[in-house]
Each structure stands twice: as C-alpha cells, then as structure tokens.
Design a protein around this ligand. Structure first.
Ligand SMILES: [Zn+2]
Length: 210
C-alpha cells in the first residue's frame, strides 16, 4: 500500500473530492497548500507570520516559504498523506523530492469541456473545504455540506472565462510534471471524467499495486 501520495491534475478534475474520500478511508492526512498556509497563519508560527506578510500585500507567497511550511507538515504525518494542488512547477517537484520519498502520483486526466462543466457547477464547503457538484456529486440536502451541514458557496472565480484561463495555466506550468513523474516510474493515470465511485476505485487500484 502506497501512503505518500500526490494528486496531480487540472482544475475541475476532482482531486479535492477524491482526496477527501481516500484520506478518510485510509487514514491519510490531506494536505492542500492553501489550507496549510491558512493553518500556519492561524497558529501564528514564524513561517505563518512570514506567509501572512505576503498575503496581506496581495502578493503570492514565495516558493521557499510554501516549501518550508509543507516540509514541516509532511514530516508530521506518520501514517502518510495526500498532497493536493502541489507541486505546480518542476522546481517545487524537485524540492518535494529532496524533502521526502513520494510513492505514487495520481494524474487526473479529463477533457477540457468536462472540466469547465464541473467547475461552473461546483459548490464548496467553507468549513471543511469539501467540494460538491450540482450535476455529478450533489450533497444529500441541497446547498448544505454532508459532513457538517454548513451552507455551500459558489467561488467567485468558478465562472467559465476564468476557468478556461486556469486550465490553460495548468497546461503551461504544471503539465510538464506528468512527464517528470512518469519518468520516475511514479505516475498512475486515472480517467477523471468517470463518476466519483469509479475514479475512487481506479485510485485504490493504483495505490495498492506495485
Ligand atoms: Zn463541510
């Protein structure tokens, strides 16, 4: 069983949804860089305060700060982890490689039209960050999170024009990581256009095989 995992794929591919399902089932920590930055800031750690300086100015938090916070986090997850939304560049992948041995990278492959449809119909929980989709993966009660009952919201950048731009950025900056991990023998590709249960089964197969 592989327990040190990276989920890689374009926005809308369902990484967040699957990270929650797989993390819960196998007792892995779910690490999303946005969440760990907010967490470090909330705890008032030295790195968190440094990250806050940049965020308060509206700047991107530089790689060395994100990397240090991430490294701190992964070394505190003895049962394993899923990193969702990182690395985004070859430089970050090299850093991750030097920090810990990743055992499997799940690549979520899906056509652009499916991704766009998913994102414009996406609703997010402000409490636990669970992601729903009005068409494919609706909550049990409309507008409420299944896990904590919080009111779901529509992110302001989840509109078609912005979505296509984010997908383009993924192809330009992050897609080279698909080759990078393939050549390291770590890549497992899943068909992310399939439904949530089918994708979960594909991921489970990929982390349970050598
Ligand atoms: Zn929730």
């Amino acid at each position: 069983m592989k327990t040190r995992l990276v989920f890689l794929g374009p926005p809308g591919a369902g990484k967040g949804t699957q990270a929650i399902v797989i993390a819960k089932k196998y007792h892995l920590a779910r690490i999303a860089t946005g969440d760990i930055l907010r967490d470090a800031i909330g705890r008032g750690s030295a790195l968190g305060l440094k990250a806050k300086e940049f965020m308060d100015r509206g700047d991107l938090v530089p790689d060395d700060v994100v990397n240090a916070i991430l490294k701190d986090k992964i070394h505190n997850t003895p049962d394993g982890f899923i990193i969702d939304g990182y690395p985004r560049t070859i430089e970050q992948a090299n850093f991750l490689q030097s920090a810990i041995e990743i055992q499997r990278v799940i690549y979520f492959d899906a056509p652009e039209e499916i991704l766009v449809q998913r994102i414009v119909n996406r609703r997010v929980c402000p409490v636990c960050n669970a992601v729903y989709n009005k068409l494919e993966n609706p909550p049990a009660v409309e507008g409420k999170c299944d896990l904590d009952g919080a009111e779901l919201f529509h992110r302001t950048d989840d509109i078609e024009e912005v979505t296509r731009e984010r997908i383009k950025t993924f192809w330009q900056k992050t897609a080279p990581l698909v080759d990078y991990y393939f050549h390291k023998g770590l890549l497992a590709k899943v068909s992310a256009e399939r439904n949530v249960g089918e994708v979960t089964a594909e991921i489970e197969f990929a982390i349970q095989t050598e």
